[in-house]
Design a protein around this ligand. Structure first.
Ligand SMILES: Nc1ncnc2c1ncn2[C@@H]1O[C@H](COP(=O)(O)OP(=O)(O)OP(=O)(O)O)[C@@H](O)[C@H]1O
Ligand SMILES: [Zn+2]
Length: 866
């Protein structure tokens, strides 16, 4: 590496050149064989007529003599004198005349000769060329070191350098938890291996495959796996490689790319981040997009031109399919679009297994538990968790990765390293402890929210502490009650401060932000306010150049704006009251928890169960308005086969049937099913999880594109987005609880208390069903298990209610208003794994005290389409 750098330095070359020059000139020196003598001696010899040959070399000012009788030449600088008959001597230029006269008077017997050396033409040329060459060399060198590659000289020329060839060894088994995508890609791989089979059927294989989904979900990995499985070369180029300063370069690069691919077919060309070139034409601010449009046009033309029978398959990846030019996505171009969503529970478990393979795990390392805790993590996050745990283990000098190392590394990945050294005053610690205890208690006593997983007042990253609720399931839908519960949870910290210290602190700012976001989304996006109705207020501009929310425009009147603000405030006020009331009622529990928090700093679920033993889930006391005039029906929804079976006490799945009926029912991609079906099958059978997204088929309106959001907005929880269509189990659940909630609110009666059942969701009836109804909506799958939520996070998802940080919805699924979901089955489209770990960080304390938690991620915007 270093040696290479050295060789590029022109100075080295100059030095080498001179050394070589000196060497050569001394070798060729024409004084060889002659000894240098003092001028006086040489003149004496001429005078004494002892020279048999005399040459005057005019240019060198040298007298060269061959003597008849050898003479002794004194050695120069103390060297031995030598006796020789060939000598030469220099003379001064002014003495030329005298020397000439002397020689003329005393010529040798053969006369004398004068030589005037003339530089050869070549030498003269060299003299001019060498400096020129040096200058040029210097210039090249400067360009090189600037651009990294020899950019300037090769622009528009072949891009052999940018196109990296590779023969990956990756296989589909390296990709875990992305079974749908693997199934789709299996076909491509099969085609590359047996093209004739497809050609005989007259089938056209897609020319291009677009993989889209949140960052880090394994898109690159999948593309490599296709190449690895098919055993064809894999070329990668990034969309931004096309974009160049010079107009027309991008287009010619596209041409070259296809040229090269054709020469190397069959092969896979992978264009990463294709949105860099593939953006909507005519979009963007100002002018000056000609270059990009030209590049895109060229890409379109080339894609039309090549024939996939040639065995070239283009795979592109993007996080933002919604901003791609529609022409790029039409049949014949990237007509196969494969969503790569963040993994679900089974997927996460499988990914953890893939990445922990070959690493020494201690017996207490529980990958299943870890998978449950890491809702919303992408494959890359999970890989990172395992790696961090390994690093941590190495740092501690241990030989096995323990459960606590894994636990710590999850926290690190989400919230950054713990700030152990930070010193906080006793008083601040107490405030923080009350704040977090307030969150925990509010969540504990509210229906429709997951039990708190852990509470800590250890500052981590930029946060001052957090209470964490983790969903038991991956959830895609969130009911109104669940969102309300989240509001209460968010207000818990603030309420505790007010209740106990009679004064709020700045530590609740991110809670407030979070709550506002949820409430606003409920009103303007999810139509959850009876007063304003199911109307979407505000329109998002499609192009993200201005930053997501800068493009948001109000499309309603000032009066409505006023009403929205009012509704938002009402929701939050009600939640605040609710939280306050809970804390007031259970003040003993609050104090007890605070005490333990101050002592232990971090408390787990078991501790909470002990401390909160006396706290029961309670119905909401405040009236949140619900449905206006439209009274929900009392008739319960139909029951699924599974529910009926469970009621009858029969085992599920029925013996002899496929292990996972839900999954097979949903899956329409039957052709190559099961190529990688590891974790899933077992999983669906074992928990209610499959039930949780049993629906979602076939609607593609209103998905939340909010996945991309804050990589580091750790706080934000998830963003399950209730989509427009509701799955069979979904609607009634919402209605039911909503209706009951309203009645409770109206009459103000507190229901007979429901038996406390904290640990887990299965079986507990939401307390919002006040009259002791036994109806249990979703079977194991959905009972009061709300989605996740980051209590104070602000993942900046403008709309996604729970702080989108890690939500995964791939919802942007169908960006081009393709209503029937051509190639994809509805499920993958509607897929919005809205769950994510809910880190409510509170900035209690850190610098400046305002505790804004976490740099929020950039997006999380809702992009409804279709
Ligand atoms: N499904 C998965 N199974 C196993 N490992 C995964 C999976 N998804 C991601 N990873 C891990 O995460 C790393 C990053 O994934 P990859 O580069 O493919 O993500 P990407 O989707 O291309 O991200 P981006 O959109 O940011 O380019 C992979 O090298 C792999 O180690
Ligand atoms: Zn808080």
């Amino acid at each position: 590496m270093d040696r290479k750098r050295l060789l590029r330095n022109p100075l080295i070359w100059i030095v080498v050149f001179f050394l070589v020059y000196l060497g050569i000139s001394s070798l060729l020196s024409d004084t060889r064989g002659y000894t240098e003598a003092p001028t006086s001696l040489a003149l004496q010899q001429v005078e004494a007529r002892n020279a048999s040959e005399i040459t005057i070399e005019d240019k060198e000012q040298r007298l060269r003599l061959t003597l008849t009788n050898p003479v002794q030449v004194p050695g120069v600088e103390g060297a031995q004198p030598t006796t020789t008959n060939q000598i030469y001597a220099q003379y001064p230029a002014a003495a030329t005349d005298q020397v000439f006269a002397l020689v003329r008077d005393n010529p040798a017997p053969s006369g004398f000769d004068t030589r005037v050396t003339q530089d050869s033409f070549l030498t003269q040329m060299l003299i001019y060329l060498i400096p020129l060459g040096l200058v040029l060399l210097l210039l090249f060198w400067m360009m090189n070191s600037q651009g990294g590659g020899n950019r300037v000289l090769s622009f528009g020329k072949s891009k052999a350098k940018q196109l990296n060839k590779d023969m990956p060894k990756t296989t589909f088994s390296d990709v875990a938890g992305a079974n749908e995508a693997v199934e789709e890609l299996y076909e491509i791989k099969d085609f590359l291996q047996n093209p004739t089979r497809y050609q005989q059927l007259g089938a056209k294989i897609p020319k291009g495959v677009l993989l889209y989904g949140p960052p880090g979900t394994g898109k690159t990995l999948l593309a490599r796996a296709v190449a690895g499985e098919a055993g064809v070369p894999f070329y990668t180029i990034s969309g931004s490689d096309f974009v160049e300063m010079f107009v027309g370069v991008g287009a010619s690069r596209v041409r070259d790319l296809f040229e090269q691919a054709k020469q190397n077919s069959p092969c896979i060309v992978f264009v990463d981040e294709i949105d860099a070139v593939g953006r909507h034409r005519g979009a963007g601010m100002g002018g000056g997009h000609d270059e990009r449009e030209q590049t895109l046009n060229q890409l379109l033309v080339e894609m039309d031109g090549f024939d996939s029978r040639g065995g070239i398959i283009l795979i592109a990846a993007t996080n933002r399919p919604d901003i791609l030019d529609p022409a790029l996505l039409r049949p014949g171009r990237f007509d196969r679009q494969i969503p790569v969503a963040a993994p679900d529970l089974a997927g996460r478990r499988a990914i953890l297994q893939v990445h922990s393979a070959g690493k020494p795990l201690a017996p207490d390392a529980d990958l299943d538990g870890l998978a449950k805790r890491t809702v919303g993590f992408s494959g890359a996050d999970l890989a990172n968790v395992i790696n961090e745990a390994a690093l941590l283990t190495a740092r501690l000098g241990q030989t096995q990765i323990t459960g606590s190392a894994l636990e710590e590394s999850v926290d690190r990945v989400i919230g950054g390293p713990a700030r152990k050294s930070r010193i906080i005053s006793e008083q601040e610690k107490k405030v923080a402890a009350y704040h977090e205890a307030g969150h925990a208690l509010a969540a504990w006593a509210m229906p429709d929210i997951e039990p708190v997983y852990k509470v800590t007042i250890l500052p981590r990253g930029r946060t001052g502490g957090h209470a964490l609720v983790v969903p038991e399931d991956d959830k895609e839908l969130m009911t109104r009650s669940e969102m309300l519960a989240r509001l209460v949870f968010a207000m818990g910290g603030r309420s505790a401060e007010e209740l106990v210290f009679h004064e709020p602190t700045t530590g609740a700012s991110s809670d407030i932000e979070q709550a506002t976001k949820i409430a606003r989304a409920m009103v303007t996006e999810y139509g959850m306010s009876a007063k304003l109705g199911a109307v979407k207020y505000g329109q998002e501009q499609g192009e993200p150049f201005l930053g997501r929310s800068a493009g948001r425009q109000p499309d309603y009147s000032l009066e409505v704006a006023h009403e929205i603000d009012e509704e938002v405030r009402k929701l939050i006020e009600a939640a605040h009251t609710e939280a306050w009331d809970i804390l007031n009622t259970h003040r003993d529990a609050l104090d007890a928890l605070t005490g333990e928090l101050i002592e232990h700093e971090t408390l787990q679920r078991r501790d909470l169960e002990r401390v909160f033993a006396s706290v029961t889930k309670r119905p909401r006391i405040t009236a949140f308005n619900d449905f206006g005039e439209r009274l929900p029906s009392d008739r319960p929804p139909i029951k699924t086969r599974r529910e009926l079976a469970t009621e009858r006490g029969e085992p599920w799945p029925p013996p002899g049937e496929a292990a996972d009926p839900e999954r097979t029912e949903r899956t329409t991609v039957g052709s190559v099913a099961g190529s990688n079906g590891n974790g899933h099958v077992a999983h669906g059978a074992e928990s209610g999880y499959a039930g949780a997204h049993a629906g979602g088929n076939g609607h593609n309106a209103g998905y939340d594109a909010g996945y991309g959001s804050g990589q580091q907005g750790h706080d934000g929880g998830s963003s399950p987005t209730p989509p427009a269509g509701m799955p069979a189990t979904g609607i009634p659940d919402v209605y039911r609880t909503g209706a009951n909630g309203r009645r409770a609110g109206e009459s103000g009666d507190k229901p007979s208390s429901v038996a406390p059942n904290y640990g887990a969701p299965p079986g507990w009836t939401p307390a919002t069903v006040p009259h002791g109804t036994t109806w249990n909506p979703g079977g194991a799958g959905r009972s009061g298990n709300a989605g996740p939520y980051g209590e104070s996070g602000h993942g900046d998802g403008a709309t996604s209610p729970y702080g989108t940080s890690r939500s995964t919805g791939d919802a942007a699924a169908n960006p081009y208003g393709d209503p029937d979901g051509r190639t994809r089955e509805g499920r993958s489209e509607g897929r919005h794994t809205g769950t994510s770990p809910s880190w409510g960080h509170d900035g209690t304390g850190s610098d400046g005290g305002t505790g804004s938690s976490g740099a929020s991620g950039p997006e999380g915007r809702d992009t409804p389409r279709g």
